[in-house]
Design a protein around this ligand. Structure first.
Ligand SMILES: [Zn+2]
Length: 422
């Protein structure tokens, strides 16, 4: 059956017993959300506000916390602490300022009728969301799913054919989840390990099979019943009337007949919930309202004096929101100052991006030197954990550099590129 069936009364009763724990997440972005909320009635001011905030982040103008993190970025006496190292403001996130967290989730999509409009709305309102996707609907919707991921939304698993997993043997449960996961990866997106059993149908056997397959089941705390009945306004009011302090996980659908009605309810839910002091979050690694904390790693490739070194900051998974890390240069045999800039800059990684490339200019001098080395180090990550924190790269003296052609072994005679040798 191509079209998933709606959730049954029995299954919804079952879900009520499986209500997820409500809990404050330590990773909300409440100050930002509250600023947007205050400005919400004035779109022009929102645009200005967002521009100013992003500019501050990008320019690294905000002050560094006076208390060093668990891994101090700047070693004692290092030349990085120069006048150019500008302070940065602490990351604006304080769950204490939120009355509660709301994680919007959408099941049964993607669909041409609703998902695209929904993405437009969520992007416009700066609201994160998680999409529990049916495997059968992946093929043919690759562009939509890639857009979803690029915009920073999370893609999770809702079985291959909206299967009632409690009626299936374990091996079919596993196959249903894995084939959905593979289909998503084939269209170029990176699904999370979160899954939602269709109809909320789960029991200890199925739960164990899901976990063995490497997935984590996530249910909900608020059922909008958007698939069953109600106008847009009624759907919004059902959600708003069920909000509780702490964590809320809202179930809506972007892949059923009534989804366009439900999608339009999101605008009111966002507006009223923010007025009441709620913040919007994604789901963290444990399926709770919040944001996951991916690992960030740095790698650097050197170059010739007068050119630049290339530094890559890579996340192992999506952060689901704009995040940042402080990047600094450190002396090796090459000296910060004369040979390369004393950099200490907060670098933003946009929501949906997994890699940011930073180019560091390498200064020329008149001295003839051998190959030198310097390194980069990262720290003070915003909602991130660390993989590789530092990397060393070579700097080649301009006069020593020679250019040799690199010739492809399979087609001799064709010059594919050049490599610099010191
Ligand atoms: Zn469903």
């Amino acid at each position: 059956m191509g079209r998933p069936s709606p959730h049954s009364e029995r299954d919804r009763r079952q879900v009520g017993r499986n209500t997820a724990k409500r809990r404050n997440s330590p990773h909300s972005c409440c100050v930002f959300a509250s600023l947007l909320r205050r400005l919400g009635r004035h779109p022009a001011r929102v645009a200005v506000g967002v521009t100013v905030l992003l500019s501050l982040l990008l320019a690294g103008l905000a002050p560094l916390p006076s208390r060093p993190g668990p891994h101090p970025l700047v070693p004692q006496g290092d030349a990085i602490r120069l006048a150019s190292a500008k302070p940065h403001r602490p990351t604006p996130r304080s769950p204490r300022r939120c009355k509660g967290q709301i994680a919007l989730t959408f099941d049964d999509g993607p669909s041409a009728a609703a998902t695209s409009d929904l993405l437009d709305l969520l992007i416009d309102k700066h609201v994160p969301a998680t999409f529990f996707v049916v495997g059968q609907r992946v093929e043919g919707n690759g562009a939509l799913l890639r857009r979803m991921e690029r915009a920073g939304f999370f893609i999770a698993n809702h079985s291959w054919a909206h299967d009632q997993l409690t009626a299936r043997p374990n091996r079919q449960v596993v196959r249903s989840l894995r084939s959905t996961d593979r289909a998503l990866r084939r269209v170029g997106v990176h699904p999370t390990r979160l899954m939602r059993p269709p109809y909320g149908a789960i029991n200890p056997r199925v739960r164990a099979a899901i976990r063995r397959a490497g997935f984590l089941p996530v249910l909900w705390t608020i059922d909008s019943q958007d698939w069953a009945s109600g106008t847009t306004d009624q759907i919004a009011n059902r959600i708003l009337g069920s909000l509780r302090r702490g964590g809320n996980i809202v179930l809506q659908h972007d892949g059923v007949n009534r989804s366009p009605l439900s999608v339009r309810a999101v605008a009111k839910v966002v507006r009223v919930a923010r007025q009441r002091g709620y913040c919007f979050a994604a789901l963290d690694e444990r399926g709770r309202p919040g944001f996951p904390r991916p690992h960030v790693a740095v790698s650097a490739r050197g170059g010739v004096e007068g050119q630049h070194a290339t530094v890559r900051l890579r996340l192992d998974a999506s952060a689901g929101r704009r995040t940042s890390v402080v990047l600094a240069t450190r002396s090796g045999t090459a000296t910060v100052g004369p040979d390369l800039p004393a950099l200490r800059r907060r670098v933003s990684i946009p929501a949906g991006s997994r890699e940011v490339v930073v180019r560091i200019p390498l200064r020329s001098d008149d001295a003839t030197e051998g190959r030198e080395q310097a390194s980069v180090v990262i720290g003070l990550g915003d909602g991130l954990r660390y993989g590789r924190r530092t990397d060393t790269f070579g700097i080649i003296d301009a006069e020593q550099a020679t250019v040799r052609p690199v010739v492809a072994t399979r087609s001799p005679g064709w010059i594919l590129g050049f490599r610099f040798w010191g």
